[in-house]
Structures are given as C-alpha cells and as structure tokens.
Design a protein around this ligand. Sequence first.
Ligand code: GDG
Length: 487
Amino acid sequence: RTQLRGDELIVVSNREPYIHEDTGHGTIVKRPASGLVTAVEPVMRACSGTWIAHGSGSGDRGSVDKHDRVLVPPGKDDYTLRRIWLTEEEEKGYYFGFANEGLWPLCHVAHVRPVFRENDWQEYRKINQRFADAVVAEARSEDPVVLVQDYHFALLPALIRKKLPRATIITFWHIPWPNPESFGICPWRQEILEGMLGSTILGFHTRFHCKNFIETVDRYLEARIEHEHSTISFHEDTTFVENYPISIAWPSDTTMATWAPVAQCKERVLQRLGMPPGHRIAIGVDRFDYTKGILERLHAVERLLEKHPEWIGKFSFVQVAAPSRSSLEEYRAFQDRIQNTTRRINERFGNDSYQPVHLLAEHHESDALNELYRAADACMVTSLHDGMNLVCKEFVAARDDERGVLILSRFAGAAREMSEALIVNPYHVEETADALHRSLTMPEAEQRERMASLRMTVHEFNVYRWAGRMLTDAGRWRLRERIEARV
Ligand code: GDG
C-alpha cells in the first residue's frame, strides 16, 4: 500500500476471485481452485481497487446484471470485482482454445502438443481488446497501475498502452517461459511478444524464465536489449524484465489458533477414508491437469508397493484432483487415464479392507485441504513443469508441528527456493519411489530440521513480498518518469 501512495490499482485476470452462484434460495459465493487467485487475492484485500475478470458462475442473464459489479470479499467489501461476460463461443476460442490448447502446452514442457487454430486466435485477440476497453473504462486516472495476470492476456499490455500511455503496466506471467526454439513454433509469436512488451514491468517466477523470454525477443524481434539492466526497448517503450517468485500469505496467529491439533486432523482424515489408526498417508493436491505429474506419481506409488511390500496394508496415497478444463478432450483423456491407473493399482495391491490409492476428483473447501495437509506424512508435488507451484508452500505453512516430508519436482519453480525438500525428477519413477520410502522412514529429527528451514523460507518470502517488490519497482519507475518528464 505504501509503495503506491494512493495511486489507482486495477487487476486483470481471467479467473475471478469469487464465484457468485444463484440457487433457488439465494446466492452462494465460492472460491475457485487457482494458484493465481490464491496469490493475488490477499494483495487486493490489502490495497483495494478494481479487479476485472471473466464472470463464470452466474447462470442466467438476470443474475448477470446483479453480479456485474460487486464488492468483495462478501461482508468485508475491500475491493470491487468487475465482471466481463463472454459467450460460449468466445470462451471456447479465447480461453479453452488459444490460451489452454495453444499457450498452456506451448509454455509447459510436458510433451503435449499445442493446438493453434486461426479462429481461436481471432477470439483471443478480440477478448484481449474487450478487456483493454474495460480497463480504460474503469480507470479513474490517466496513469493507473494495472496488474495484468497471466497468459490469457499477452496482447493486453500493448492495447492498454495505446489508450493510456502513462499507465504503469505490470504483467505477471504465472507459467514458465520456454526457450526460443520451443516458443518459435507459435504462428503468432511476433504479435504475442509485441503485446507483452507494452508492459512497464514484466515478471516471471524465476531468473531462468526471464532469460528464456529475453532470448526469445532477441531471436524474433528487432529490439534493443540491455542485459545489464534487464531491459528491452521496443519502439517507444522500455520493459523491465525481472523475476518475482510468487508465494502464499503466511497464516496469521489468529488463523493458526483455529486449526485442530495435528493428531486430531490425522484421526479425522483416516476415519473419513476408512483407514485404521496409525495408517500412513502421502497426499497430492492439484487441479486435474496433465502438467502436474499425477500419473508419474501413481507409478511411483505402485513401484513403492512393489519394492517395499511391507507398506502394503499400512500406507495409502490420497490425491485431491479438482476438476479443471474438463471440456477439453486432452483433459478428459487424462482424467480417464488417471482413473484407470488408480483402479489397476487398487486391484493389484488392495483388498476389501485396504485401498492403496484414493482419488478424490472433486473440489474441496480450503479448510478440508488444510486438514489434509496437516494429516499427511508426506506431500508429493511432482509437476512435469510448473511456473512456481503453491501447494508445496501451503503444505509447509500448514505444518506448525514441523513434521511431514515434502517431495518436490525439480521442474517446479519452487524447487529453486525449497532445496530442503526431497527433490526428484518425476520422470524417474525409481527415484520418486525411493524418495517416498525415504519420507515414510525419515527420523523425526530430520523431518523437523527440513521442515523448520522450509517454513522460514516460505514465511519470509511470502506473497506480500512478491507483490511488494513489484509495486516498489513500479513506484520507482513512476518517479523516474516524472523526473525525466521535467527535464
Ligand atoms: C498457476 C501456475 C503458479 C487445488 N485444488 C483445490 C484447491 N487448489 C488450490 C491449491 C493452490 C492452487 O489451487 C493451485 O496452485 P498451483 O500453484 O499449484 O497451480 P496452478 O493453478 O497451475 O497455478 C503455478 C500459480 O499459477 C501462481 O503463480 O504457482 O505454477 O501453474 O492454492 O490449494 N483449492 C480449493 N479446492 C480444491 O479442491 N479450495
């Protein structure tokens, strides 16, 4: 808040932070499963302003008008949520099509081939323009600070810049940026890069993603790059490219005081899943997405039971898989594969009273997730590629008892900060299975050491620092521009 001294703040993202659903008996408000929302929401609560997002929850047109512009969080009214409504066709082309079948697999090296359709691209351009118009319409000043979130809006920065040349535009790309060869297959690579370079500040999670982006611009655009300052000058604009590792809001003492003791969480979870006291569990929590390495994780669990039969009947793996992008064929095929593999492992190692894998393919309330984090002996984050990954940070934040072991993919951005986890290559089933065995047999003292150190990192490098660093950089930039304008 102090960084901006009363400047106007506008956030743009595809996903809305709250979903208002009209039932026959009134409106219910839900929170979506999204890393972006987890990270940005606490910042908006602290800073206030306007959040522009694609409205998803409300069914009929009548409720649309009612929920067009609402104050959130419900009852607290910290900031305004302004919804943009899309037709089914627009959502299909812009969101499911170009963003999720094109850019998502293009930027994640998960060996799923991106799909580029001309029609999707045209919808993507059109919707980016619509959001740019909304930013201009919402802006109360000619130099707002606009936070553009993610790969749904690569064209937005330049479009906003055209109408509001004095705006400070901070774009944060929540997913990885690949190397120039990989990115270069995109038929519209030049427009995308030019769109992004409308930003004042362009943020990625890691230094490595920044480097890939700068090299991509160097390869495909006539731009001036100053490596020393990490800036790119293109036409009239200069963009500062920097890494800002995202994180979570560390739970307050008051929040922690409401948590049930770990022993009780364990008891409840085991009871709910029909497991006897003392049963050991590892967990996974993800959107149901092929980049998260859920299949590889299941293979590792299977290998553990093969290699160490002493765990059969004593250990289970629990996977929360929140439904995501299920209208896409690739995602439905992936869900089927996971379901089949789960069934196969359960038939192979389970019996009437023992189920080695529990697949909970539904959305959970965040309290239920926290209880699961607290109940787990190990948490498996085995993404094939991940910008950052917040689940590993949430797990660590939940463990004030300093127990539990984190198994973390080296291909998640988080691995760069969280080296006290058991770091694995998720493609290496044997290595992951060994890490799982190690986590289940790790002495308490070692668990404590690793967890204490991880907790210090996540506590210190929390989401306020992520946002604070970006806003401080933006504030400095604005001052410089004001000074230069006087000269
Ligand atoms: C993108 C990048 C980056 C999951 N299931 C449920 C649920 N979740 C919550 C988790 C966590 C979030 O969703 C997932 O965050 P991730 O970071 O793991 O992943 P993405 O959604 O892919 O996020 C990622 C992130 O953006 C931020 O920049 O870290 O790399 O891919 O908070 O707890 N939440 C609820 N119910 C569920 O069933 N309530």
